[in-house]
Ligand binder design. Structure first.
Ligand code: APR
Length: 231
């Protein structure tokens, strides 16, 4: 039985843009409308947990009403013919809802809450009832979003690097490669791996490897990528 080619995908906010979810660093992106230090850092959580919960509640509600787009579905369909592993920086669940079964979230999930004293206590956010001040974990601590804030460790990075090191094809979709350690995953792909970037804009960050840039939105870019796989 011929071994299936291993495709590793690193996705970012851009793959969910056509599902209506804001990116961070595009025009009118989230970081143009919010001060990241007031909503996405441990200090923000300590100083004003209500503001942090308001920020994530808004994003949670957008995710609940968003639908996966053709790019999410096309990547899920590749599971039939390839050994495909998604590593996403996104906290939405659109890859899973499109049918992808191997999805690793580097920056956590908006659909999960966790104890603010024991990071191993992770529970589902109640459907359409986002975390509120006073919602406690079994140990009695305030529940927090199960997301990685700036300045916090990225526990899944070790797993992600191991996955990246096995890639035959490393596909980067919809990320500005601005945030580390996630952006550094590319360096773990073996020299033999083919690197393909899908992004409608120029990639500003340095990518010190040879790569193919499909300068398209995710939906048309992933379709082009699949055409390339067939030939
Ligand atoms: N299709 C594909 N790519 C797109 C689309 C689209 N329709 N629209 C925008 N993009 C591209 C942009 O050109 C940009 O390169 O998606 C990328 C989005 O970059 P960012 O907004 O920086 O988002 P991301 O790279 O995912 O941010 C990484 O930063 O704030 C933290 O934790 C947060 O996970 C996030 C991390």
């Amino acid at each position: 039985m011929k071994k299936k080619k291993k495709i590793v995908v690193l996705s970012g906010a851009g793959i969910s843009a056509e599902s209506g979810l804001s990116t961070f660093r595009d025009n009118n992106g989230l970081w143009e409308n919010y001060n990241v230090y007031e909503v996405a850092t441990p200090e923000a959580w300590h100083n004003n947990p209500q503001m942090v919960l308001d920020f994530y509640k808004k994003r949670y509600e957008q995710v609940v009403y968003a639908q996966p787009n053709a790019a999410h579905y096309a990547l899920a369909n590749l599971e039939k013919d390839f050994d495909i592993q998604i590593i996403t920086q996104n906290i939405d669940d659109l890859h899973e809802r499109a049918g992808s079964s191997n999805v690793l979230h580097l920056h956590g999930k908006i659909t999960k809450a966790r104890s603010s004293v024991n990071p191993n206590i992770i529970i589902d956010v109640e459907k359409e009832n986002y975390i509120k001040i006073g919602d406690k974990c079994p140990l009695g601590s305030q529940l927090r979003p199960h997301v990685v804030w700036f300045g916090e460790a990225v526990p899944e990075m070790t797993n992600a690097a191991k996955i990246a090191s096995d890639a035959d094809i490393f596909l980067v979709v919809g990320t500005s490669l601005n945030v580390y350690p996630a952006a550094g995953l590319l360096d773990f792909a073996p020299d033999s791996a083919q690197i393909i970037l899908i992004d409608p804009n120029e990639i500003a960050s340095p990518v010190n490897r040879s790569y193919i840039h499909i300068k398209e939105k995710a939906t048309t870019g992933v379709a082009k990528f699949i055409e390339m796989l067939k030939n």
